[in-house]
Design a protein around this ligand. Sequence first.
Ligand SMILES: [Fe+2]
Length: 302
Amino acid sequence: MAQRATPPGLTTTKSPFIEQAQHDGQLYIHQPYELYTSENHMAWRLLFARMGEYWQRYANPHFLKGVESLCLDPNRVPRLDDVNRFLCPLTGFRAKPVSGYVPAFLFFDCLRNREFPTTITIRDANSLNYLPEPDIFHDIAGHVPMHTDAAFAEALVRFGDCAHTAAELVANISDEHEQACRLTSMITAMARFFWFTIEFGLMESCDGLKVYGSGLLSSHGEITHAIESPEVQRYPIQLEWVINQSFEIHHYQPLLFTVQSFDHLFDLVGELEKWMRAGKLNNVAPGEPQISEADLLSFLKH
Ligand SMILES: [Fe+2]
């Protein structure tokens, strides 16, 4: 007798629901919860269970409080509506389901509106370790607990303000080449700053260095490496360094930056915006990340 194939459910890169949404050009979608398979829930359960001890050891206290406030179920993929019911009253933020990559301006504009574009698929239960794409574990267990913190939430909103400033600054440049160059440079600076803070940031505390970056909070291998490995360079954050520092996504990060607090982070995003207005982000060092045509257009045609 032929074996019945496991339904693909909402597994990363294998979900017909997501393929259809992308084919139809739908970026903002709903979360068809009934499509999650038992394997999808198992992937969540395994990921959540193995992160627990690392969070206790390495995560900053705001994150730990956030995990509790959201009442995340350790056994099942969360319903975004349930997450939002706990999240919204705290900071006004909500997780907003998306079908895939959100072009840069739209992403930052969502943050400005206190919406967090959230992937609803989850990695394959058979290959939990490495995933180049974000999934719901990264987005909900790695990012969203931080959104329960008022100061952190304000810093995210300020990223959105920055994106609007960038769009304004290039809107009236008539030379298209010049416009694209400046915009590419400003988006590169923002993306680098976002990467080294929101995704991979460390925070100083009286209890030693703690993690607040979501890329680290959703990776049990890298969270330990980030704090313990003598091979990682860790420095107090400097804006002029971060905006000119390229990064690669496919291996553990060799260079990380520390902030003192989320108020410090908020001030730095403000500084980034001031630098943008002063023209100091018009010509940052070339290199990763690459800014796509879709990213540029999202700023020019919003
Ligand atoms: Fe992320």
